[in-house]
Design a binder for this molecule. Structure first.
Ligand SMILES: Nc1ncnc2c1ncn2[C@@H]1O[C@H](COP(=O)(O)OP(=O)(O)O)[C@@H](O)[C@H]1O
Ligand SMILES: [Mg+2]
Length: 225
């Protein structure tokens, strides 16, 4: 089953002299349960691609469909709901709310959505994230690896169609990076969670099933491994 379809996606920042073609005619699809990596040099358009897939920014041209539905061409309210329910976003620098504890950060998307918290599901997720004994801790009381696990929990709480992670291990040492990778691989297997990870670390990319290489805003190779 196709989860993601990207058609002729392009993004131009700025105008005239300062114009930057950050994405240039990018097309690909992802099936349910796929785990893929996007690699490429700094400035090749990886983050721009993630923002457009996550409904965070608007493309200059082209289409993104998640579960067959067009992401752009919605009202701002519909877009906000789309972002909350259909995609989970994980960034290099966790983006946690400093005054909220672990459980409050993880369940924030549900509360924003006015949804009840399923305690069993939350407990299972906390167990999976190895955060069961850190429920009431604030972000500043956690290690980098733990903070990233909280942000992954927040991204997964809604069981999103698509998990998007932009350099999720970019700020972590090797041991914590591998733990985050194990977590992403586990959620990919356990929930058939379709996942796209941006990384510049080949050893991370090689742990996925597919490597999409970008250069100057274009896909230059797309290989199953
Ligand atoms: N908000 C922005 N305004 C202008 N240019 C941008 C903006 N965001 C990114 N760019 C440019 O677009 C290109 C791609 O950037 P980005 O997607 O962040 O690449 P990557 O994540 O692969 O390092 C770069 O040349 C960058 O300078
Ligand atoms: Mg980037």
């Amino acid at each position: 089953m196709e989860i993601l379809r990207v058609e002729h996606l392009s993004k131009i920042y700025g105008k005239g002299e300062t114009e930057v073609r950050a994405l240039d005619d990018v097309s690909f699809t992802m099936e349910k349960g796929e785990l893929a990596a996007v690699v490429g040099k700094s400035g090749s358009g990886k983050s721009t691609l993630m923002h457009l897939l996550g409904g965070v920014d608007r493309p200059t041209g082209g289409k993104v469909l998640v579960e067959g539905q067009e992401v752009y061409g919605r009202t701002p309210e519909e877009m906000a709901i789309f972002r909350r329910r259909k995609v989970g976003l994980v960034y290099q620098f966790y983006n946690l709310i400093p005054v909220l504890n672990v459980v409050e950060n993880i369940t924030l998307p549900l509360r924003l959505d006015g949804q009840r918290i399923n305690k069993e599901h939350l407990d299972e997720l906390l167990e999976l994230l190895d955060l069961s004994d850190r429920k009431k801790h604030l972000p500043k009381q956690l290690s980098g690896g733990q903070q990233q696990r909280v942000s992954i929990g927040r991204a997964l709480i809604h069981a999103p169609a698509l998990l998007l992670a932009d350099e999720p291990t970019g700020n972590l040492d090797e041991k914590n990076s591998q733990e985050i990778m194990e977590l992403i691989k586990y959620s990919n297997r356990r929930y058939k969670q379709t996942t796209l990870i941006v990384t510049h670390d080949e050893s991370i990319a090689l742990q996925t099933g597919r490597i999409i290489r970008m250069e100057d805003g274009r896909i230059v190779s797309d290989e199953k491994i």
